[in-house]
Ligand binder design. Sequence first.
Ligand code: FES
Ligand code: FE2
Length: 485
Amino acid sequence: MATVDTKKTKGPAKTGPVKTAQARANRALPPGYARSRGKQVQELLDEETVEVPWQLRHSEFTYLGSAPLSREHYISKEWAEREIEKLWSKVWQLACFEQDIPEIGDHIVYDIVDWSFIIVRTTNNEVKAFYNSCLHRGRQLCENQSESANSPEFRCPFHGLSWNLDGSLKQIPPSIEFDFPHVDKKKFGLPEVRCEIWDGLVFINIDDNAEPLLDFLGDITKHFERWPFATRWKATHTAKVIDCNWKIAQEAFMEAFHVLATHPQMSIGLLGGDGSNTEYNIYDDGNANWSRMTMAPPMPNPNLPYELTERELIEEMFYRGESVSEMGVQKMSGSINDLPDNITTRKLLADAARARGTPGFVGLPPTDMELTSAIQYHIFPNISPWPGPIFYRYRPYGHDPDKCIFEIMMMVSLPKDQPRPPAAKIKWLGPDEQFGSIFNQDVENVARVQRGMKAAKPPGHLTLTNYQDIKVRWHHRLLEKWLNA
Ligand code: FES
Ligand SMILES: [Fe+2]
């Protein structure tokens, strides 16, 4: 059994100028169709030992050109105002999860820019959303953003007018009722905002004429039939105001090739991959507002200046590893010689997840890919659900293009018959508090991106890659469509 030369593997792996047949073949391909060295995600799926779901085989890509992207999308106050007028006032957006408001009377506040809405469970089967503004002199009826609460009514703290959960007026305090003779109490209900639910996710839309939610979402709903949210429990929910535009924060999670420079500790100093074998999909079927990326699971990095075998990588990761706890990898006992000859790193990790009995994919025989890779969907404009437990949301911070709200939720899949604890309440992190580990590197990075973009020599256009930035380009393509409508 060969062992890894530790001189080669000390610290982050260095990538080298490897000339391969693939590199030559790439030069002959049309723009956007060149790929990194090494096995691609679809080739890895060919090696699965359980049935591969059609969702993972639904791999679409369309070249969207190589044009530069204007930095104004991120730094211009005028652009941010156009987004408010043309996007946030008209698009379906995630307000909360049904599990945030499980009991009648449970309600939560969702804020977006200057708008504020109360999302309330009115019956066991109904959720409604109201403008969070008193009809008397306009005070907010509910205050705590994202803090769910329960009450049998909405009573304004200013002068005491109150409304029922269904929005109808409950009472004008008797002592002041004499002064409201001009008010038709039957017509003095709280104005509603469109509110529709997909699989436990509660969306609102300020536009009364918007298409139905499910039409907007398109075929992503079919993809998530395999990973339903109804079986998930929101175990954690963390939020932080960070110093960049909401799109810069989001786009830090729309590609994985920044792992090479931003997260060199991942996959044991990049020996297990540098993100360049990630698959990117955009679903350009005329109705799609979503995209996906699938990071290849740990495997010998094909960009090393020397060949690394699966066994050598396994030995380094599981038998010698000292710095891999962030990846959830534990040092293995015993000898590597106990492992089958054809063992792969991903198979070892996937089987370990199965053995723990917490694969997070209840009711499925999950593939190695689902258990060991980061599969991330993005639903336009601002959420990213994973088949795995992670879920992101990004929101503008008021009218300020230089700030945003970034939220990370852990949506854990639980067996249907297992009682689930209450959904986690949102925990707001202060300026000096951090999300932890790898996320901190992203959060520090995105603030520097915002700053650097503003510092660029005009016009300061951005030069995106043809393939690996395709989700970023697609997102801006959709955004421009909305802003120009
Ligand atoms: S502002 Fe709400 S009761 Fe007066
Ligand atoms: Fe990152």
